[in-house]
Design a protein around this ligand. Sequence first.
Ligand code: NAG
Ligand code: NAG
Ligand code: NAG
Ligand code: NAG
Ligand code: NAG
Length: 616
Amino acid sequence: MAVLHSQKLILLVVILWFCMAVCTPPEDPIRCSSKNSNCTITNSYGAFPDRAKCRAADVAYPTTEEELTSIVANATMNRRKMKVATRFSHSIPKLVCQEGEDGLLISTKNLNRIRNVDGLSRLISVESGVTLRQLINEAAKAGLALPYAPYWWGLTIGGLLGTGAHGSTLWGNGSSVHDYVVQIRIVSPAGAKEGYARVRTLNDGDPELDAARVSLGVLGVISQVTLRLQPMFKRSITYLTKNDSDLGDQATTFGNQHEFADLIWYPSQRKVVYRLDDRVPSNVSGNGLLDFPGFRSTASVALAVIRTTEENQESRGDADGKCIGAVLTASLLKTGAYGLTNDGIAFTHYPVVGFQNRLQASGTCLDSLEDARITACPWDPRIKGLFFHQTTISIGLSKVKSFIQDVQKLVDLEPKSLCDVELYDGILMRYVKASSAYLGKQEDALDFDITYYRSKDPNIPRLYEDILEEVEQMAVFKYGGLPHWGKNRNVAFEGVIKKYKNAKSFLKVKQIYDPLGLFSSQWTDQVLGVKDGVTIVKEGCALEGLCLCSQDTHCAPKKGYFCRPGKVYENARITKLESVTIALWGLFATALVGSLTQVTAYESVAHSSTGMLSEP
Ligand SMILES: *[C@@H]1O[C@H](CO)[C@@H](O)[C@H](O)[C@H]1NC(C)=O
Ligand SMILES: *[C@@H]1O[C@H](CO)[C@@H](O)[C@H](O)[C@H]1NC(C)=O
Ligand SMILES: *[C@@H]1O[C@H](CO)[C@@H](O)[C@H](O)[C@H]1NC(C)=O
Ligand SMILES: *[C@@H]1O[C@H](CO)[C@@H](O)[C@H](O)[C@H]1NC(C)=O
Ligand SMILES: *[C@@H]1O[C@H](CO)[C@@H](O)[C@H](O)[C@H]1NC(C)=O
């Protein structure tokens, strides 16, 4: 019955999911109670890893570099803390947050002009608030293309550089946008003699540019970026589904076989989707278009149904329901060719051939007709929609095989454990290359992007909490992976700066550009190793990835979740659901000593554990 029910729901969802419609654009992440002052800021998902609400006394919206410079100067003179914010604020960690409440936010929302496109030298200069979509479109008008980029075009250039965002390739200079930057103009604090602010122009070859390519926003405000582009070209894309028996070997070599190779892995279904994607001569016919379903505007009703289904599956411990949904989601994506069409209208066959600007990224949910939130981006926090964690770690190519095999061992032990990840379109695996950027990739690597259910209540453990935590800890600690600066939960950043060989050079540049640390915050100091305390240790902290558990109270012992070693990686410290009997005994003991409220808790836990008991 329950299974049938959830199937029906998923079908309903599917029908609604594919309906294209106008949508409500995401709201400005900055909200002020009076005009531009007394403000709060959040990210586009409406929640930071620790669910803190970040505040700022004021926000400034400069429209030119001159205005920006005088804003930085005035704040520097007054020794005020500053942070750069963008129109959409996509970074999950607290990069945009200040310490305290009297800081100044400088939004790049109105620094959104294309300054120059030079078809001959193949260079484009843009202000830092320009979105990836704008850049792609404007370059295309001049017959130029950005060769590699993130797949979601709602990022600003300043924001995506700041966090090291990338596409997928092992060719050329790699898939990171920052490795195609030839000039950055950046506004930083300065002394009284220089008028309290200084504009620097950093060119290719300048070692300081290697600090500014990926800067986490701590060097000042990037005002303008110049990128080296290529003549427009065409690509030919084919998706091929295979089993994952030899994925460890394939993943290591596949990136050398196709220029734009990536993989989508469904570990519980034991399937992997290979993207065979290469340049083709421009006389090959085809006018393909990408409009990825997960980035389309989606009916709010459908999103609410998806979320409610997930919440019910979680509270009932219905792993089977999730696995059925995972198979359906994967087969729908496959039927829908992952959002590709041959001509902008329909998908009829592979390969899909088309121009780079039409295939490299998408995100139609940003299109801005207000429709009273009948439709929206799937993660829009104003509606009941998707709410998730994102663990995104790049692992050196030489270690990828062992990591994949470790994950496969976990799936052998708990076959249904990763169905949840598959409901969020599987594990996206993209290739990245070693970069000269001080905070860029240290070696050629494969980036694993894992998205999974997050409870609205931070104290409620997830289904198969333990397996995902073990995967996360293997990636970060056993295989020394690098966390994406703009994604991830706190634990992924534990000791992160030690993994960067040029960290000292970065900090030296930071000291020169902003000796007072006006653009630094507690979070950036912590990840850069200037301060301790990336993780937050408190009751239940492991449930949200705020800490590695070392005691049971970091998990949820009253709900039967204890701190235990991993199954495949013994050094892991994971939140494990023990046999319910033990949990109940624990509760029983508490109840003996405790109060009536605890007895009530006992009953509700016993009730919600019934579903989990039926799982083998
Ligand atoms: C700032 O806004 C909050 C509500 O967000 C309000 O409670 C507070 O009084 C405001 N403070 C000032 C100084 O306006
Ligand atoms: C300079 O900063 C002060 C205090 O932060 C503020 O009151 C003033 O409006 C600012 N002036 C300009 C021109 O932004
Ligand atoms: C890679 O970067 C270097 C330095 O910026 C540049 O000289 C070279 O042309 C780039 N190569 C490609 C293939 O883009
Ligand atoms: C996976 O596919 C290969 C061929 O690509 C086949 O030889 C192998 O038996 C398959 N493994 C499973 C478990 O189906
Ligand atoms: C494309 O152009 C090349 C020469 O530039 C030619 O050899 C080839 O046959 C052409 N292909 C098609 C499909 O027209």
